[in-house]
Design a protein around this ligand. Structure first.
Ligand SMILES: [Zn+2]
Length: 309
């Protein structure tokens, strides 16, 4: 008298089923399995329990990795302190080593290759205060690398990274001023000039709107940068305003990034400004539609006015 039941997992007929248990099912689901029955046959149980053990190992390994990253993240403070001390003692080569270690720590924590850390990595984890530290590290490295010809390629990388990080930090106007005077005495002034050109590029993004709307591709940011290019930059008076704006807006954007509760307010304000600008500024629609070689920004601009009017 064999009362056979069907295993809901493998469909074999067996005499008895074993309950998997809610906690085992949950752990298995956490490690990627789905659609697990509450009871299975013995052989399925063995197989799933094995997977369970493997899942537990994977979870433990991931935990150890996170723990290691956390320790590394904490170690960065002493690396910075050491580097700053060495800078004061004018031990520049040693300071550079400590700064480079600091950057490697960040790259490890954020799982990126050498020199591929970018501001978005830190923004996504709300570590925006660190952006200023990183910018100041690249600024120090830039000047250290300038002292020797053998560091030319490293100096170029530092210039590129500084241009990426600096504009979204409150030290932006200060460092730009310092870089301008440093370019006159630098051994490799062309790299400092490359940095200055990159960082003060008129085609830069609108920092405040980008921060307020949390994206450089939001319709408001696109509308404003189009308005800047098509209207503001066409007159000398407008160019003055744009220059002023690029001097102060990174600081304001930084304040916004560290006080996110202000963002809804600023969004409303920017939308009101766009509303007023639109009432006073009409893009030349006929020339846009007759232009066969429309570029992307014009495209999004016409798309936007279609949406909003
Ligand atoms: Zn089975």
């Amino acid at each position: 008298m064999s009362d056979l039941v069907t295993c809901p997992h493998c469909s074999k007929s067996v005499s008895v089923l074993r309950p998997l248990g809610a906690s085992v099912i949950k752990k298995l689901e956490d490690s990627g399995q789905s659609g697990l029955p509450s009871e299975v046959c013995d052989s399925c149980y063995q197989q799933l329990a094995g997977a369970f053990a493997q899942g537990a190992i994977l979870v433990a390994e991931a935990k150890a990795r996170e723990q290691k990253k956390l320790m590394m993240w904490k170690s960065r403070v002493s690396l910075i302190k050491k580097a700053r001390l060495l800078m004061r003692e004018k031990a520049f080569a040693d300071a550079a080593v400590s700064y480079e270690k600091y950057l490697r720590v960040l790259e490890t924590v954020y799982d990126c290759k050498a020199n591929e850390l970018n501001p978005e990595h830190l923004k996504s984890t709300a570590r925006t205060q660190e952006l200023t530290v990183i910018a100041s590290v690249y600024w120090d490295l830039l000047r250290i690398y300038d002292t020797s010809e053998k560091y030319a390629s490293r100096m170029e990388v530092a210039a590129k990274k500084l241009a990426e990080f600096l504009p979204i930090t409150p030290i932006f106007p200060d460092i730009v001023k310092k870089a301008e005077s440093f370019s006159k005495q630098a051994k490799k002034p062309q790299i400092i000039k490359f940095f200055l050109k990159k960082v003060t590029d008129k085609k830069g993004r609108c920092f405040i709107a980008t921060s307020a709307f949390n994206s450089p591709l939001s319709p408001e940011v696109l509308w404003l940068s189009n308005w800047r290019d098509q209207y503001l930059l066409q007159t000398p008076e407008g160019q003055k305003w744009v220059n002023m704006y690029y001097l102060y807006s990174p600081k304001i954007a930084f304040i916004l990034d560290s006080n996110v509760w202000l963002k809804p307010l600023v969004r409303k304000l920017i939308q009101a400004i766009i509303f007023i600008l639109k009432a006073n500024y009409r893009p030349n629609k006929t020339s846009l539609s007759s232009d066969e070689s429309q570029n992307k920004s014009i495209d999004s601009e016409t798309h936007l006015s279609n949406l909003k009017s």
